[in-house]
Design a protein around this ligand. Structure first.
Ligand code: FMN
Ligand code: SF4
Ligand code: SF4
Length: 250
């Protein structure tokens, strides 16, 4: 029996949630869904295995590269828990999209979690989450899920609509004069949108606006346009200001 964490976490919030949920689980491998060019077909599991699949919500949907890569993994009947991580606005159709992709890959969904983490664009929302109280609650969810798996329960109702909502456009960060062309952002971009030879810009057609390049830049050189950020912050204010609860679907 293997325990595996299958994670897409551009800026670390989803990873922190996944660590909390699985903190009482036996140790196991982690599959990073954010590696452009990885051969995801090489990951194969069987009916005795247990997987946590965790992704952020982008515009109420799962990020397309994460879904495409999950579909290439061979689930082989492994039990899986879905975790959608969102920045305190809403996760809408993220979990049902993950459910469809996990099942298409041969996983058997047994539980789902929706959890809040700091908003990776407008960082003033859900700042510092998952905090200590979140981590304790998520660890409790993880224990309840393991008990359900041992007892052999079936799939819960997963919230969300089909057809999924329409995807919106993202914002592509760019680097200013502080950029020293170290190339780290290009190496870590999940979709290869940054040319390592010209890293100040990015290919807007490939970019999914995930903010990984902003988070990893050691010179804090990458930013999204100030006016666009101010507009997004204002648009999110009402929906994001009241703290939301983590939810377990068992
Ligand atoms: C492009 C983009 C779209 C997002 N859309 C939503 C959203 O629709 N609802 C929400 O609550 N949070 C949204 N967020 C916030 C992220 O879901 C949240 O910060 C998540 O923790 C990011 O995961 P990460 O830290 O693993 O990168 C969005 C973030 C990005 C970058
Ligand atoms: S990580 Fe920062 S400093 Fe390095 S190339 Fe990218 S933008 Fe420039
Ligand atoms: S260029 Fe776009 S896709 Fe690549 S790390 Fe930056 S925000 Fe993410």
């Amino acid at each position: 029996m293997k325990y595996v964490r299958i994670i897409f976490s551009p800026t670390g919030g989803t990873e922190r949630v996944a660590e909390a949920i699985t903190s009482a689980w036996p140790a196991g491998e982690t599959v990073d869904l954010s590696v452009a060019g990885d051969e995801y077909e090489k990951y194969a599991f069987g009916p005795e295995d247990v997987a946590l699949i965790a992704m952020p919500s982008f515009g109420g949907l799962a990020p397309k590269p994460a879904i495409d890569r999950l579909r290439r993994i061979r689930g082989g009947g492994a039990k899986c828990v879905l975790a959608a991580v969102y920045g305190n606005r809403a996760f809408e159709d993220t979990l049902v999209q993950m459910e469809d992709a996990a099942e298409a890959s041969g996983f058997q969904v047994v539980a789902a979690v929706a959890a809040v983490a700091e908003h990776s664009i407008a960082r003033q929302y859900a700042a510092g989450r998952p905090d200590e109280a979140d981590r304790a609650q998520l660890a409790g969810f993880g224990k309840e899920i393991l008990e359900k798996i041992k007892a052999g329960g079936g799939k819960p109702a997963i919230p969300g609509d089909r057809p999924y909502k329409k995807a919106g456009g993202g914002m592509t960060p760019k680097a200013g004069d502080e950029c020293v062309a170290c190339g780290l952002c290009a190496r870590r971009c999940p979709v290869g949108a940054i040319d390592p030879k010209a890293p100040r810009t990015a290919d807007g057609d490939k970019c999914i606006g995930c903010m990984r390049c902003v988070a990893v830049c050691p010179k804090k050189a990458r930013k999204i346009n100030g006016a666009a950020l101010a507009a997004v912050s204002l648009a999110l204010k009402k929906a994001c200001s009241v703290p939301k609860e983590n939810q377990l679907f068992l």
